[in-house]
Ligand binder design. Structure first.
Ligand SMILES: Cc1cc2nc3c(=O)[nH]c(=O)nc-3n(C[C@H](O)[C@H](O)[C@H](O)COP(=O)(O)OP(=O)(O)OC[C@H]3O[C@@H](n4cnc5c(N)ncnc54)[C@H](O)[C@@H]3O)c2cc1C
Length: 320
């Protein structure tokens, strides 16, 4: 851009952008919005001033295009649609829930919706998914994005607001730093965010379990939890061996695996059996048999074949 083109209007734009980024990173996204609402109002006005300058000063298009991006203001709120599935319509991604960029939940949550819904739609269309399978989409995913909004996003905002009401580095820096450090160790940290569907009707979970974001990460193969990555004896990661339908991991459990395989065949449920020795990395699963559904969630695990393998398969495919 020609330096001579920098005029009063483009300086207004630059000022607007500088204030925007200042607000965004120091105050707006982080925590100061409830304390300085006037600051929030200042930014769009300056951005609008910049956009107005666009018509007057076409040479400054590059800068002003960035100014227009500024107008894509995130609301410091989240919303969710209700419900996620009704009849033949299912909603996923931002159409079902939107979050401010506070923790990076937006796309991640949407992709998990797609992974959850995709195989269920395929199972219905291919004829091996039962009536309950599509209903389980809402049953499993809705609590996840409701809790993500309420506990992680709104919860963090409330927590930060209370914290800043109580502590200030301007009043007592040492106390502020100590409290800030303690805050980082409190609940709702990323490592305790684990989408799990233990309470789902298509998972053989523990009695009384729920679908929730509150959990932890373990190698143990727990029904309703995402399968943990482990190396097989051939050196490949287990995720490289999973099939496109269900997968049964069988570690030194051949006769039991054959029973489950036979039941799957009789029900037309696509099942790949991955057989390996029960030693090394895979012992972390703490089960000789692990049944994994197409979105990589464990639906059943055990050391022996279940009494009625067909009943398990009917349940996890929404027919039981
Ligand atoms: C500034 C910003 C920062 C973000 N940061 C993060 C982050 O760090 N981590 C994270 O996980 N997420 C983040 N997100 C959120 C993430 O981008 C969204 O959650 C994600 O893009 C949503 O994907 P989607 O497919 O559900 O919706 P969209 O990406 O909105 O896709 C919907 C599509 O449908 C099209 N469409 C709309 N109406 C119609 C119609 N009538 N006919 C045909 N097409 C139509 C739209 O044009 C669009 O292409 C961020 C978003 C923004 C804006």
């Amino acid at each position: 851009m020609n330096p001579a083109a920098i005029t009063t209007q483009s300086l207004i734009v630059l000022l607007g952008m500088a204030l925007y980024f200042g607000l965004a990173f120091e105050n707006f996204f982080a925590r100061d919005a409830p304390h300085r609402p006037g600051g929030i109002r200042t930014f769009p006005m300056l951005a609008l001033a910049g956009a107005a300058a666009y018509g007057l000063e076409p040479q400054t298009g590059l800068i002003l295009a960035a100014g227009v991006v500024v107008l894509g203001l995130w609301l410091f709120a989240y919303y969710r649609s209700d419900p996620t599935g009704e009849g033949r319509e299912f909603i996923a991604g931002d159409a079902a829930h939107q979050h401010p960029p506070y923790g990076g939940f937006g796309l991640n949550t949407g992709l998990e919706d797609a992974a959850n819904l995709g195989w269920k739609l395929a199972a219905r269309l291919q004829g091996w998914g039962g009536d309950q399978l599509l209903a389980s989409y809402s049953e499993e995913r809705r609590p996840i994005f409701v809790e993500t909004g309420e506990a992680m996003i709104a919860g963090w905002i409330d927590r930060d607001r209370s914290f800043l009401d109580r502590y200030s580095p301007e009043i007592d820096k040492a106390e502020f730093e100590q409290a800030w450090s303690e805050l980082g160790k409190s609940a709702n940290q990323p490592q305790s965010y684990e989408s799990r569907y233990e309470g789902s009707s298509v998972v053989v979970g523990s009695p009384g379990a729920t679908c929730t974001i509150h959990g932890d990460y373990q190698h143990r193969a727990r029904p309703g939890h995402h399968l943990s990555p482990r190396n097989l004896s051939n050196g490949r990661n287990v995720f490289q061996e999973l099939g496109t339908g269900f997968t049964l991991l069988a570690f030194g459990a051949d006769p039991a695996a054959a029973d489950i395989e036979q039941a799957a065949r009789s029900l037309n449920v696509p099942l790949k059996v991955v057989r390996d020795r029960c030693e090394g990395d895979v012992t972390g699963y703490e089960a000789r048999l692990v049944l994994v559904r197409p979105d990589q969630y464990v639906v059943w695990s055990g050391d022996e074949a279940p009494d009625d393998p067909a009943a398990i398969l009917r349940r996890v495919t929404g027919s039981g």
